[in-house]
Each structure stands twice: as C-alpha cells, then as structure tokens.
Design a protein around this ligand. Structure first.
Ligand SMILES: Cc1cc2nc3c(=O)[nH]c(=O)nc-3n(C[C@H](O)[C@H](O)[C@H](O)COP(=O)(O)OP(=O)(O)OC[C@H]3O[C@@H](n4cnc5c(N)ncnc54)[C@H](O)[C@@H]3O)c2cc1C
Length: 416
C-alpha cells in the first residue's frame, strides 16, 4: 500500500473540517489535506436545501448547498487538497490513516490529524420501535437525500418523531415534497423547536398553530406490512394508546456521533457525548490527534461546528510549532439530569485559558443552579432561569483558573 505524506490530515469536509483547513492555510501550514467519503465536499449542509446557514460566519443567509459551496471554494482557493470519495477505514499507526477510494486503497500520513466526521440520527431499528419494515420510514438525512438528491416521491401524510430544531428542517423538506405533516411527536412535556431568525418568525408561529405537537408521547409501533399505514403512540404518563394514520414516518434528532474512526484509533471516548473526549484545545487522548464539530456531540449549528474547526486549527498550528501535548487530563463527570459537557476533560494548562463550558440536560428544569466542584471544593455556581433539553447551555469559564492541576475529576451537578 502506498503512503502519501501531508502536514495536516482532516477527516470530514463539512463546516468543521473545511473551516479548520482554511484557518490552517491562513496560518501558513503548507500541506493540508481534507478527505470525505461523499462525492462532493461540504458535509451535511450540502443536503439541506433550505435557508438557515451562514448568518454567523458569513453574515448572509444561505441555503445549505450554497453555504457548503462557499466553504469548499474558499478552501480550494487557498490550496487545500480536497479528496472526495475517499473513506477512512482504519489506522496504520498513530499518525497514518488507511483509506479506500475508487482509485484503490492507500494510506495518508500526517504530523497532525483532525477528526471532523459529524453525526448521524439514530435510525428506527436502533430506537427499538416494533413493527414490520414497510416502505416510508426515514431519518431526516435519508429523507433529504431521497427528496433533494434523488428527487423521489415520499408519500402523502407524515408523522415526525421529534420536536427539536432539526425536526423543523424535516418539516420544510416534507412540505417541499408535498407531504402533509400530521403531527410532531415528543416524549418531553414541551416541544424544543426555537426559531433563531427574526425574519420568518411568523412562518414558525403559524406552523406551530397549524401542526399538532403531541407531547409526552412515544412511538410504540409502526403499522403496515409493505407500506407504512400508521403509527401507534403511547402516552408516557397514562399508558393510553392511539393510532395516527400516515404513510411516512421520519425519525429526527437523537444524534450519534460518527465515531467509528475515533474508536478504531482507540481514542478515549466520553460516555455523555459518545464522541471522543477532548480538552479545551480540541485535543483528544492521542498526541497529535484533534477532534471538532458535531463529532464531539450531536448536534450544533453549522456555524458552531465551523467555529470549532477554526479554534482547533489554532491548537493544531501550536502543536506543529512544538507545543507539548498535555501529559495529564482531568476528566469532567456529570450527575443526571446533566447529559454531557464540552470540553469533557481539562488539561492542567487549560487552567490558564479560561473559556466557556457547554452542557446539555435531559429534561426541562426551572430555576436551576449548576455547581462545579473538584473534590469538596466548589469552584463555581451559576444560576439558570430555565434549562431546556436539546439546547446547549453555557457555563462561564473563569473558574477553570481555580482548578488544582494535580487534583481529581471535575464534577458538574445541579445543586439544591
Ligand atoms: C437535517 C438537518 C438540517 C440542518 N439545518 C441547519 C440549519 O438550518 N442551520 C445550521 O446552521 N445548521 C443546520 N444543521 C446542522 C449542520 O448541518 C451541522 O451543524 C454541520 O453540518 C456540522 O458540521 P461538521 O463538519 O461537524 O459535520 P458534517 O457536516 O456532518 O460533515 C462531516 C463529514 O465527514 C464525512 N465523513 C464521516 N466519516 C468519514 C470517513 N470515515 N471517511 C471520510 N469522510 C467521512 C461525512 O461524509 C461528512 O461529509 C442541520 C443538520 C441537519 C442534519
């Protein structure tokens, strides 16, 4: 197998990978190679044919494909090598990744590697929903490929499982395909769809009025043998069951990081995010291997992923210039209902770079106080009027300076 060399190898040509590549080139790194298994670069936005991209990073409202093209063009113009239809399949050693492509197999060796492989939605089978396997069952991703890439007919009447940000995207795709949405389903007591852009807010309010949002319910069966004929839903409190007739079911959200490459590299994984464990500088447990974007947790906006890619580029550039890899990392552990935090480990050197820490919860909590401890020492407390599931919350990071660099784990919990 032939091995080619590059300075930085980036796996995943989505917003995180491409923005990182652009930032590395601007910092003077000579050879930056980005690989992606898809036929075109751009990542997930390439398939999201609605607007909602670019406001924070380009100060323009773009559709997903235009946004994806913008990043791809910028990267190419700066001399980033983009290799599409190239799937990373494993590790030859700590800095060499094996790939397969239509031209054959090979290996790429790099001084530094950035994993930016994104997330996927958990499909029906993994959600353990009983029933046969009729036609008409999608995730948002597979629906968008069906509608926007292959221009195939979907159905007449759909149920959307999930009522969070991405469920809105599903609604738009179904609307475009001429499919009536019978209901959004969520097992939580409220929906979690928040519309971030002032223009178009009327559309969102109107949508919420027109489309039933069934809260506190779970999908307990899919009906139909050859084609979906309906779904059975069960009320989580009363156990009462009900049938909603439909010919299409779309499972949205419930993200799983695309962590296969990270796992194959034996990187330490975080049990909360299910992505690789990283410190505040996007360093994984393996020297010279970084991770950024939605691979770290599902799922943020494209702009957040792109920003993480740029931050990771700073750390990669510092590493290439000889900055030592931290010898020790302090794990961050959470108590329920807190689900995950990012960064989910802290290097003692992070104590000198106070940033913020993101976290999410699994349920709605009013008037909460989040407490950060190291052993018995309380490092920080922060009040929140409301904690919302499927929304990222931010802890200010000044407390990081108070960490005992040789101490034990940092704990995040809700205090009474
Ligand atoms: C339906 C939907 C609608 C959305 N709508 C919006 C919106 O309106 N506005 C917004 O800001 N954000 C939106 N997002 C979120 C946005 O798409 C993501 O935040 C963003 O794409 C994440 O960027 P990323 O680079 O981390 O990952 P991705 O964009 O997912 O890119 C990861 C890339 O890695 C590649 N890859 C994975 N494994 C391998 C491998 N082994 N070898 C080679 N390549 C590999 C994949 O092919 C992919 O191209 C939406 C997401 C979805 C799913």
């Amino acid at each position: 197998m032939t091995t080619r060399k590059t300075d930085v190898l980036i796996v995943g040509a989505g917003p995180a990978g491409l923005s990182s590549a652009i930032a590395l080139k601007r910092r003077g790194v000579a050879r930056v190679t980005v690989v992606d298994r898809e036929p075109e670069a751009g990542g997930m936005p390439r398939l999201c044919h609605h607007t909602g991209f670019g406001v924070w990073d380009f100060h323009r409202l773009y559709t997903g494909p235009t946004y994806a093209r913008r990043y791809t063009q910028l990267a190419k113009a700066l001399g980033v090598e983009i290799r599409t239809e190239t799937t990373i399949v494993g590790w030859e050693n700590a800095h060499t990744l094996a790939y397969t492509s239509p031209e054959g197999t090979g290996a790429l060796h790099a001084d530094a590697i950035l994993l930016a492989t994104g997330v996927r939605e958990r499909p029906r089978a993994a959600r353990l929903v009983p029933g046969y396997r009729p036609r008409g069952i999608f995730t948002t991703g597979s629906l968008q490929r069906f509608v926007d890439e292959h221009h195939l007919p979907v159905g007449q009447r759909a149920v959307i499982v999930g009522a969070e940000g991405v469920s809105l995207s599903t609604f738009l795709t179904l609307q475009k395909a001429g499919v009536h949405v019978a209901a959004f389903l969520t097992d939580l007591p409220h929906h979690q769809m928040y519309f971030p852009y002032a223009p178009g807010k009327w559309w969102f309010v109107d949508l919420l009025h027109r489309t039933p949002i069934r809260t506190n319910v779970r999908i307990s069966r899919i009906l139909g043998l050859k084609r979906v004929e309906g779904v059975e839903i069960t009320h989580t409190g009363t156990g009462q069951r009900e049938i909603i007739p439909c010919d299409t079911v779309v499972f949205t959200g419930d993200w799983i990081p695309e962590h296969e490459v990270a796992r194959k590299g034996n990187l330490v994984m975080d049990t909360g995010t299910r992505g690789p464990q990283v410190d505040a500088a996007f360093r994984t447990s393996e020297a010279g291997v970084f991770a950024a974007g939605n691979l770290l947790r599902g799922a943020e906006t494209a702009a957040t992923s792109a920003q993480e890619g740029r931050f990771a580029a700073q750390s990669i550039a510092a590493y290439l210039q000889g900055q030592p890899w931290p010898e020790r990392r302090i794990p961050v552990v959470l108590e329920p209902p807190l689900l995950w935090a990012l960064p989910n480990s802290l290097a003692p050197s992070d104590a000198h770079q106070p940033g913020k820490m993101d976290f999410r919860v699994g349920q709605f909590v009013e008037n909460a106080t989040v407490e950060v401890r190291q052993g018995r020492r309380v490092l920080h407390t922060q009040r929140f009027r409301r904690l919302l599931p499927n929304e990222t919350m931010h802890l200010s990071g000044g407390w990081v300076a108070k960490i005992n660099a040789s101490g034990g784990a940092i704990t995040l919990r809700l205090s009474d």
